[in-house]
Design a protein around this ligand. Structure first.
Ligand code: IMP
Ligand code: MG
Length: 170
């Protein structure tokens, strides 16, 4: 397995700083509930929330939809143990690929009548995205390559890397 650097730490930091500023401006001091989608968005969430200067609480949701580099269906047994009703929900994702995961989550959340739902993702693969739902904040648009590092894994490996890498499996 070979790793080829795609996005370096400095570019990641810069984009997160900008995204945090945009999000701060957008909510105009209205409190938010950040929902971090585990495990992939662990590092992104921890950096992004420090760039958002508004009152927030932070919740976690665990969802997995990949095995190796192959897509599989989402485990539909997510248990939501926090308040959604009337809240401004900000979903924080590591990557939006087909969009199945984030669309599934948004549809689940809607059942509980939030005041608003927005999505922030570090990475977006526009050529794989199958939905019309708008992704509100995107760090980087990337090609349909499998990437790892900065929270993203291949079979649970490479999450601890500081940069984002393309995985070559030949
Ligand atoms: P989606 O449901 O197809 O949009 O995929 C979303 C989830 O799959 C993400 O939250 C990631 O955990 C995982 N995923 C998608 N693409 C990649 C990738 O290139 N590398 C690592 N994980 C990925
Ligand atoms: Mg994920």
């Amino acid at each position: 397995m070979q790793l080829k650097k795609l996005i370096d730490k400095k570019a990641i930091n810069n984009n997160i700083k900008q995204m945090g500023a945009d999000i701060t401006k957008y909510y105009q001091n209205n409190p938010i509930t950040v929902v971090s989608i585990l495990k992939g968005s662990l590092l992104f969430t921890s950096d992004l929330i420090r760039e958002i200067d508004i009152e927030m609480n932070i919740e976690f949701l665990k969802i997995a939809s990949y095995k190796g580099t192959k897509r599989k269906s989402i485990k539909s047994d997510i248990s939501i143990d926090f308040n959604i009703k009337g809240k401004n929900i900000l979903i924080v994702e590591d990557i939006v690929d087909s969009g199945n995961t984030v669309n599934y989550i948004v549809n689940e959340f809607r059942k509980y009548n939030p005041n608003s739902i927005k999505i922030a993702t570090l990475l977006f693969k526009p050529s794989s995205y199958n939905f019309n739902m708008k992704i509100d904040w995107i760090g980087f648009n990337i090609k349909d390559d499998f990437v790892v590092g900065y929270g993203l894994d291949y079979n649970e490996l490479y999450r601890n890397k500081k940069c984002i890498y393309k995985l070559n499996d030949e």
